[in-house]
Design a protein around this ligand. Structure first.
Ligand code: UD1
Length: 421
């Protein structure tokens, strides 16, 4: 297992190129199940979750090869298996997204139930109820979802009680090949949904309404191949924006887009950071002490839960008190005890965390618990006095490409140490 050592208190200055979005790339890869023709994807991040998705698609019969450059993939060929096995789904929850496309294409699917995860119970009831409205027969047996649609799926009107990102994506992909028209009311509006819609439309789907929260999908007989470039990762961009702000640095985040993440950039500005956008990307700097603010996580366009942990690190050293209320996941404060071990003053009260800013943090051995929480500990390490040792960096490798390279290029002192197994 590898770990990071970080020497803090160096302002980050320079440029970081933002990779393709994990949360979009994974779904675009799944869309390949809807056609046997080649789907050529560009700007795919080189991260562990993408490798896991390659593995899952290969298990289902698809051929995945490298494209013209290291961030391109070609996915093609027929689906030859309808089973997403436990050993892959348990590594990555996003595997559940193959359910809708497999069902739509093959008339049946067997997908392991993902179960809980570090940040909460995360049920998939909305995915299943929506597929039932499209005519699927679903049974849960031996830890698997067995879904059948022997006569194919038929369009329907699905109202989501909560704008779940995953349920929207699963139903959207299934509805592309259903007979007739499907409406998804209260669909998620995250930018990754629009990216998926654009890719599916490039494959011949007929979907409208991707920015409105109400999606209309006119089913088509079949989809064809396409070539598409994954959108930039707004969460990676927001995370490095936090790195600039917390170290009093100045970073150009190449490829970053304000439009995908206004809530995050407005929060940084309210704290005293400078944010501007030009044709190259976003520039974020901080020349004064940050001040604390209150935040609540919400579905897009609200403040994203995937940026909550990173802002917690910022608040830990900001002037005054801040409060974060987490409304999306019930157990997403596992970074708090680790930040407190570095000298932060954070109290959890139910779904809220009260953070009283301290003048400085001190380096310590800490443990990563999930993807975004890991980066909050890196941010704390970048501003702390002394050495921070971050264990379990495999969490980071799931979703951030080249973390130590990107940070070290901008002046951070961060090293990956590979421990012998
Ligand atoms: C996706 C993102 C994740 C992000 C989250 C919220 C990917 C791979 N992951 O996760 O990074 O944090 O959106 O922006 O894109 N829920 C139910 N029943 C369901 C589905 C969801 O109760 O059937 C609940 C979940 O338990 C959770 C909330 O809804 O509390 C949000 O989940 P959802 O929007 O579905 O997130 P994911 O798609 O899993």
């Amino acid at each position: 297992m590898s770990y990071f050592t970080i020497e803090g208190r160096r302002p980050l200055k320079g440029e970081i190129t933002i990779s393709g979005a994990k949360n979009s790339g994974l779904k675009l890869m799944v869309a390949s199940l809807l056609s046997k023709e080649p789907l050529i994807l560009h700007n795919v991040p080189n991260i562990a979750d993408i490798h896991t998705m390659c593995n899952l698609l290969t298990t289902l019969g698809k051929t995945v090869t490298k494209g013209a450059d290291t961030h391109s993939l070609i996915i093609e060929g027929p689906v030859t298996s309808i089973e997403a096995p436990y050993d892959i789904v348990s590594q990555m929850r996003a595997s559940i997204l193959v359910l809708g496309p497999l069902l739509a294409r093959s008339g049946e699917a067997k997908v392991s139930l993902p179960g809980g995860c570090a940040i909460g119970t995360r049920p998939v009831d909305l995915h299943l109820k929506g597929l039932e409205i499209l005519g699927a027969e679903i049974e849960l047996e031996n830890g698997y979802i067995n879904a059948k649609a022997p006569r194919g799926l038929a369009g329907g009107r699905i109202t989501l009680p909560f704008a779940s990102v995953g349920a929207t994506e699963n139903l959207l992909m299934a509805a592309c090949l259903a007979r007739g028209t499907t409406e998804i009311i209260n669909a998620a509006r995250e930018p990754e949904i629009a990216d998926l819609v654009q890719c599916l439309n490039a494959m011949g789907a007929r979907i409208t309404g991707e920015h409105t929260g109400n999606l209309t999908i006119e089913g088509v007989e079949s989809l064809h191949g396409a070539e598409y470039s994954v959108m930039p990762d707004r969460i990676e961009c927001g995370t490095y924006a936090c790195a600039a702000a917390i170290t009093g640095g100045d970073l150009l985040l190449k490829g970053g887009r304000l439009l995908d993440q206004e809530a995050v950039m407005i929060a940084l500005q309210k704290m005293g950071a400078n944010v501007s956008e030009d044709e190259q990307g976003l520039r974020v700097s901080a020349s004064q002490n940050l001040v604390g603010i209150d935040l609540m996580t919400e579905p897009y366009p609200g403040f994203p839960t995937d940026m909550q942990a990173q802002f917690m690190a910022l608040f830990a050293v900001a002037e005054g008190a801040s409060m974060i209320t987490e409304t999306i996941f019930e157990n997403r404060f596992m970074h708090v005890p680790e930040l407190n071990r570095m000298g932060a003053n954070i109290n959890i009260q139910g779904r809220s965390a009260i953070i009283r800013g301290v003048p400085r943090l001190s380096g310590a051995p800490v443990m990563a618990t999930d993807l975004r929480a890991s980066f909050s500990l890196i941010l704390a390490g970048l501003v702390a006095e002394g050495t921070t040792i971050l264990n379990r960096v495999y969490h980071l490798d799931r979703g951030y490409e080249g973390v130590e390279r990107k940070l070290a290029n901008c002046g951070a002192s961060i090293k990956r140490i590979e421990e012998a197994a």
